[in-house]
Design a protein around this ligand. Sequence first.
Ligand SMILES: C[S@@+](CC[C@H](N)C(=O)[O-])C[C@H]1O[C@@H](n2cnc3c(N)ncnc32)[C@H](O)[C@@H]1O
Length: 379
Amino acid sequence: MQIIVLGRETALCLAEAEAYFGNVKKITPQIAEIDTDKPQDINKLGGAIKLANLNYSDLSSINDVQLKIEEILQGLNTSTKLNFGLSYYGDGNINLSALGIKIKKSLKKLGIKPRLVLPNSTSQLNAASIKHNKLTTGGAELLIIKTGSKYMLATSYGFQDIDSYSKRDYDKPCRDRKVGMLPPKLSQIMINLTKPDAKTMIVDPFVGSGGVLIEAALMGYSCEGSDISQAMTDCANNNIEWFKENFDNLGDIEVTKPQDAILRQYPNTSYSIATEGFLGSNFLSKPTIHLVKEQLPELKKLYLDFFENLRNQTNKPNRICVCMPFWLFPDTTIELKIIDDICQLGYTNCEFTSVRQSTLSYRREGQFTGRQINVFETK
Ligand SMILES: C[S@@+](CC[C@H](N)C(=O)[O-])C[C@H]1O[C@@H](n2cnc3c(N)ncnc32)[C@H](O)[C@@H]1O
């Protein structure tokens, strides 16, 4: 059994884990359990902050937690020096410092030279501090998880590479704020929501600056993108060149000549679509409800025509994960409300057991336009 510490958008992160692992159990709002012993590559899971091996699932007191941590640390194959960190996930707080000092004392009696690493202001160590304090190479981070009156104990082994995500987010040579850029983590989540296998090609027909393709290639998939605008296909190509120079690119990437997503022909191989569709006008200041509503008919038509075109392809996509816009006003939210129309065209809106599909959404902090994330299969 393993533990995933979920990212900020917990519903999306859970849905990703369910799509990726087949089964996932939510333990606390931040923690999920997955039924696998195989080590996983966290760099392919946009919604995971940490991955950990579950050591114990029903310890009944903090004393038991202490004894088990001591056992785990004694069993580590390190020299006499040992760095260990503690993180707590659960309601309220526990005194991590007092617990850590007791563990240190016990280990010292055994001739081990322990060094305790504690979180600064929160109860959880972050990836930077785990790396800086060499917890993965010369020791361990123990996650103490409170569930009801019981404690779980897990040893972390994978941490989100924040620097790499932010490099891919902010350092690309072509960034176009007017078009809106999908965060790399969300691109990965969307790709995983399409449940691709090794041979699935990932297609983004509203490619914009090419972020989805970059993530798909990094995850090992071959991928192809197109956009109606020549400026955007140029932008995507610039970014892909930069990406190839800066990262180990695993999958093949192609950006086609400019094409309309509602008219184009899609590949003949097995493919899935992961895309952030057109989000409508990019309002410089917050628009009136009227201005937002004015663009709804055109946007609805674009998405319905897009799905109709896909339905008419001889080779249909396996799954389609698409972001569609919504707009947040203080008293109301405006949505396209076209899920039923899409289903009437011959699609199923995929449901999840761990979360409700209708709760999957994303909004960058401070942004007025949000994205609803929907997954469909052809009936
Ligand atoms: C929200 S942006 C995609 C942004 C992209 N995910 C990124 O991270 O840069 C939507 C893109 O759809 C393109 N677009 C709009 N209408 C289109 C159509 N009918 N066919 C293809 N692309 C279209 C726009 O040019 C724009 O680049």
